[in-house]
Write a protein that binds this ligand. Structure first.
Ligand code: CA
Ligand code: CA
Length: 342
């Protein structure tokens, strides 16, 4: 009997879920002035209402579009366009068949939490850094990869060891790549330039929250401090700091294989020049000493690239981590020159 009761509950729940899923909404919600479209799989419905929650007052009525075929999903669907509803609040959609959607929000802050979570994702990627309460929650962990004794791989033309701590792990491994840093640092610093108050101090809950400095600038600085260690004395920039092979799925502190500075290349050097030029411009009001260092490093990198304009990075035979090769440097020259000129 128990088994039958559980089965009935599950099937009732599945049916309900199926009905909700017949109305596909943006589960994060909608900005008040943005287009608002729900996709309706229940094509026998012809009209819809939007109900304000929790009182279920109808605040908007509309007709569904004619049935159309969605080539991406392979479904026959109708659209419910409720862009005309611009009042902030919590709502659900009800079709003429009686089916209702999951609840959703209309709010001017609708993407704020996910934006903060996105920035905090870089905090979770910190190398040489222990993640602690209250910032890391269930993802608290020990520090890994101090990178205070990194070997110069023969591809660098140097011998011995150097320091390369801090920075963010790459997306799927514990290695650190200069060219990959380029896209993250550039996008984040551009967000700061466009919306300087969005990630104000203490918005994101990282260990530098409360220090009086914008939390985005704090997080990017963690990457820039690592990047500064990647420039060789001649101005050229190493392509990456990695182990010889990927570590596999182990905790950071368990990956104790030797780490190497590897290669130099035109792409890494120009990306570095661009990032440091941006940093010199953006951090100047808060730390002019650091800003001057960034500009000097950027210029030195640019000069190296002008003298070595076609050095394409290739993985040495004994290195099997991400290559991120590039044979075309026009885009990197354009980016670095632009940032240095601003
Ligand atoms: Ca801060
Ligand atoms: Ca390129």
């Amino acid at each position: 009997m128990k088994i039958i009761a559980v089965t009935l509950c599950l099937s009732a729940g599945t049916t309900l879920l199926g009905q909700y899923m017949d109305i596909r909404i943006n589960q994060l919600g909608y900005y008040p002035q943005a287009p608002k479209i729900a996709i309706v799989k229940q094509t026998q419905a012809t009209s819809f209402s939007v109900l304000r929650l929790p009182d279920s007052t109808v605040v908007y009525n509309g007709n569904l579009t004619a049935v159309r075929y969605d080539t991406d999903s392979g479904d026959s669907i109708r659209w419910a366009d409720f862009s005309g509803l611009t009042t902030e609040g919590r709502y659900c959609i009800r079709l003429s068949t009686g089916t209702t959607s999951f609840a959703f929000q209309i709010s001017a802050d609708i993407l704020r939490e996910v934006a903060y979570a996105s920035l905090r994702s870089y905090y979770y990627q910190r190398c040489s850094y222990e993640l602690t309460q209250p910032y890391a929650g269930i993802w608290s962990r020990k520090a890994g990869h101090p990178d205070t004794s990194v070997l110069y791989h023969s591809s660098t033309g140097r011998t011995g060891k150097g320091r390369s701590p801090l920075g963010w792990y790459d997306a799927g491994d514990y290695d650190k790549y200069t060219v990959n840093a380029g896209i993250s640092v550039a996008n984040l610093l551009q967000v700061y330039e466009l919306f300087p108050d969005y990630f104000a101090d203490s918005t994101v809950s990282i260990s530098e929250s409360g220090n009086g400095i914008n939390d985005l600038l704090d997080e990017v600085r963690f990457e820039l401090e690592w990047l500064a260690t990647m420039q060789d004395t001649d101005g050229g920039v190493f392509h990456k700091v990695t182990t010889a092979n990927f570590s596999g799925f182990i905790m950071p502190e368990a990956d104790i294989a030797d780490r190497y500075f590897i290669g130099k290349g035109t792409a890494a050097t120009l990306d570095f020049a661009a990032m440091m030029a941006m940093a010199g411009r953006i951090y100047r009001p808060f730390d002019s000493v650091f800003a001057n260092q960034c500009v000097n490093m950027a210029r030195k990198a640019w000069q190296w690239a002008v003298k070595h304009p076609t050095v394409a990075f290739k993985n040495p035979a004994d290195i099997h981590t991400g290559e991120y090769g590039d044979n075309s440097f026009g885009d990197e020259f354009l980016w670095a020159a632009s940032e240095l000129l601003i």
